[in-house]
Design a protein around this ligand. Structure first.
Ligand code: FAD
Ligand code: NAD
Length: 482
C-alpha cells in the first residue's frame, strides 16, 4: 500500500495518539502513527511522555521507594524483623528501565497486531489533508490522508530564574534518573510531580524542601483533603514552604551545589541544595507542528483549540491529549483518542469530562472525581457531605495503615452524587467505584444500599455514602448540609 493511501495519520504516539491509532485501525481505517521519540541510546520508542518519562517510570520509583521505606521503618510493627536494609539505586533504576522497555515494546506489538504503521520521525501539518513526514535519516515524504489526529503532547515549563542544565537543575525527566541520592533536594512547584518525585527521593534518604508559589497547598483539591495532606506530608519530613517566589538560582560547580534565592511573607531567603527539580507545570508541545498557511487555531499557551469532540478549526483535523484544553492526564488523552477514532468512523461518541478521575500517587494517595466542596459552595449548589475516616475501618487497622478518609458530596435535594475525594493508601483504586457511581448518575443512597465485601477499604466508600444520608454504621451519626 502506498503511504498516501492512509485514511488516518496520527502525529504523536503517547497515550492519546497511540490509543487513537489503535482504535482507528480496529474500526477498519488504514492508519499510520508518526512519532519522533528516541531514548538516550537513540532507539525509537512508542508511548510518549507517559511510558518513557512520566506515569510509568514515576510509579516504578514510587513503588520501589515505598517498599524500601516500608521495609526499613514499618515492617517491625507487624512482627517482621529484618536486618540491615540496603539501597541499590542502580538496581532500582535498572528495574524501572526494564519496565519501560517492556511496556513500550508492548505497544509496538499492539501496533503490529492491529496493523498500525509506525513512522519513525517528525510529522508536520502542512494543510487540511497534508502531513509532511521526515524520517530520522532526513527523508521527506508527503502524506495525504482523509483525517489527521494531532497528539504531540507536552513538555516541562522552564523558569527563566532556574534554567535547566541537565545536572544540578533538572526537570522531572532528570529527577527520574539521578545516579545518587541527593543529600538535599530542592523542588520548585508543590504540584503533582513535585509531591510524587519529592516523595520518592525523601523515602530514599534525601532531605527535601518544596518551594510552592501559591499560599494554598494543592489548590485544585478539596480543601479538607489538601489540609490533611499538608499535615501528613509535613510529618513524613517533606518540608513544604508556601507563598515562596523563587527569584534566582546559582550553580556552584566546585561545591557541586545549587543555591536558590526566594521570597515569602517573611522576607528573602537562600537555600543550598545538591540538586534542584523544577516542576511548575507543562505546556503543549506544538512548536514546529504546523507550517505554511494553515488556519489551525493555537492559543497563547500553545494549546490547539478544539471543540467538545476534539475537532480543531480545520475540517478533518482533530487534536487530543496534553496539547488541548483539560487536565494533562494520560487517561483523559486516551479516551479523547477513542472518541475521535469512533467519530471518524461515523459513530456519535462523546466524552464525559465531568467524571475524569485524578490521582496523586503519594502515600497516602490522593484521588478525586467531580466537584470539590468549595466549588459547590461557590456555585451555590446545596449539598450534603459524608466523611468516613479509615481509622474506623477494620481492614485499614489490619493493614496498620489508617491514614485518611473518604468524603462524598451529594446534591441536598436530589441526593445525586456530585463529588468523591479519597485520601488513603490505594485511593487510586478506590476512586474507580466512585467514578462509576458518578458516571451512572448514582445517588448516595444507591451506594449506601450496595453490598460491599468485608473487610475491605471499599467499605469506607459505603460508609461515607451512609454518612451523607446521616446514618453511618461504624462512626457516630451526624449530617452536614452545605
Ligand atoms: P505525550 O505522552 O507527551 O506524547 C506525545 C508524543 O508525540 C511524544 O512521543 C512525542 O515524541 C511525539 N511528538 C510530538 N510532536 C511530534 C511531531 N511533530 N512529530 C512526531 N512526533 C511528535 N498522567 C497520568 O494520567 N497519570 C500519571 O501517573 C502521570 N504521571 C506523570 C509523571 C510525570 C513525571 C509526568 C511528566 C507526567 C505524568 N502524567 C501522568 C502526565 C502524562 O504523562 C501525560 O498526560 C500524557 O503522557 C499525555 O499524553 P499525550 O499522548 O497527549 O502526549
Ligand atoms: P502542576 O500544575 O500539578 O503543579 C505545578 C505547581 O507549581 C503548582 O502548584 C504551581 O502553583 C506551582 N508553581 C508554578 N510556578 C511556580 C513558581 N514560579 N515557583 C514555585 N511554584 C510554582 O504541574 P506539575 O506538577 O509540573 O505536573 C504537570 C502536569 O503533569 C500536571 O498537569 C499533571 O496533571 C500531570 N501529572 C499527573 C500525574 C498524575 O496523574 N499522578 C503525575 C505527574 C504529572
Amino acid at each position: 500500500m502506498a503511504q498516501q493511501d492512509y485514511d488516518v495519520v496520527v502525529i504523536g504516539a503517547g497515550p492519546a495518539g497511540y490509543v487513537a491509532a489503535i482504535r482507528c485501525a480496529q474500526l477498519g481505517l488504514k492508519t499510520a502513527c508518526i512519532d519522533r521519540w528516541r531514548d538516550d541510546a537513540g532507539k525509537e520508542r512508542l508511548g510518549g511522555t507517559c511510558l518513557n518519562v512520566g506515569c510509568i517510570p514515576s510509579k516504578a520509583l514510587l513503588e520501589s521507594s515505598e517498599l524500601y521505606e516500608h521495609t526499613r521503618k514499618h515492617l517491625n510493627t507487624h512482627g517482621v524483623h529484618v536486618g540491615d536494609v540496603e539501597l541499590d539505586l542502580a538496581g532500582m533504576m535498572a528495574r524501572k528501565d526494564r519496565l519501560i522497555g517492556n511496556l513500550t515494546q508492548g505497544i509496538q506489538g499492539l501496533f503490529k497486531a492491529n496493523k498500525v504503521t509506525w513512522l519513525k520521525g517528525q510529522g508536520q501539518l502542512q494543510g487540511e489533508r497534508k502531513v509532511c513526514f521526515t524520517s530520522h535519516d532526513g527523508k521527506e515524504e508527503i502524506l495525504e490522508p482523509e483525517h489527521i489526529i494531532l497528539a504531540p503532547g507536552s513538555h516541562s515549563v522552564e523558569l527563566p530564574c532556574a534554567p535547566y542544565d541537565g545536572k544540578y537543575i533538572v526537570d522531572s525527566t532528570g529527577a527520574l534518573a539521578f545516579d545518587q541520592v541527593p543529600k538535599r533536594l530542592g523542588v520548585i512547584g508543590g504540584g503533582v510531580i513535585g509531591l510524587e518525585l519529592g516523595s520518592v527521593w525523601r523515602r530514599l534518604g534525601s532531605e527535601v524542601v518544596v518551594l510552592e508559589a501559591q499560599d494554598r497547598f494543592l489548590s485544585f483539591c478539596d480543601d479538607q483533603v489538601s489540609q490533611e495532606a499538608l499535615k501528613i506530608f509535613g510529618k513524613q519530613g517533606l518540608d513544604i514552604r508556601l507563598s515562596a517566589r523563587v527569584t534566582d538560582t546559582q550553580v556552584d560547580e566546585d561545591k557541586g551545589t545549587v543555591t536558590v534565592m526566594y521570597e515569602d511573607e517573611q522576607g528573602r531567603h537562600e537555600e543550598r541544595f545538591d540538586r534542584l527539580v523544577v516542576c511548575v507545570g507543562r505546556r503543549p508541545a506544538t512548536d514546529g507542528l504546523v507550517s505554511g498557511p494553515v488556519e489551525l487555531l493555537i492559543d497563547e499557551r500553545g494549546a490547539i483549540h478544539v471543540d467538545d469532540h476534539c475537532k480543531t478549526t480545520l475540517p478533518n483535523v482533530y487534536a487530543v491529549g496534553d496539547a488541548v484544553r483539560g487536565p494533562m492526564l494520560a487517561h483523559k488523552g486516551s479516551e479523547e483518542g477513542v472518541m475521535v477514532a469512533e467519530r471518524i468512523a461515523g459513530m456519535g461518541t462523546a466524552l464525559n469530562y465531568e467524571t475524569i478521575p485524578s490521582v496523586i500517587y503519594t502515600l497516602p494517595e490522593i484521588a478525586w472525581v467531580g466537584k470539590t466542596e468549595q466549588e459547590l459552595k461557590s456555585k451555590g449548589i446545596p449539598y450534603a457531605v459524608g466523611v468516613f475516616p479509615f481509622a474506623a475501618s477494620g481492614r485499614a487497622r489490619a493493614m496498620e495503615d489508617t491514614t485518611g478518609f473518604v468524603k462524598l458530596l451529594a446534591h441536598a435535594d436530589t441526593d445525586r452524587l456530585l463529588g468523591a475525594h479519597v485520601i488513603s493508601s490505594r485511593a487510586s483504586e478506590l476512586i474507580a467505584e466512585c467514578v462509576i457511581a458518578l458516571e451512572f448518575g448514582a445517588s448516595s443512597e444507591d451506594l449506601g444500599r450496595t453490598v460491599f465485601a468485608h473487610p475491605t477499604l471499599s467499605e469506607a466508600v459505603h460508609e461515607a455514602a451512609l454518612a451523607t444520608l446521616g446514618h453511618p454504621l461504624h462512626i457516630p451519626p451526624g449530617k452536614k448540609k452545605g
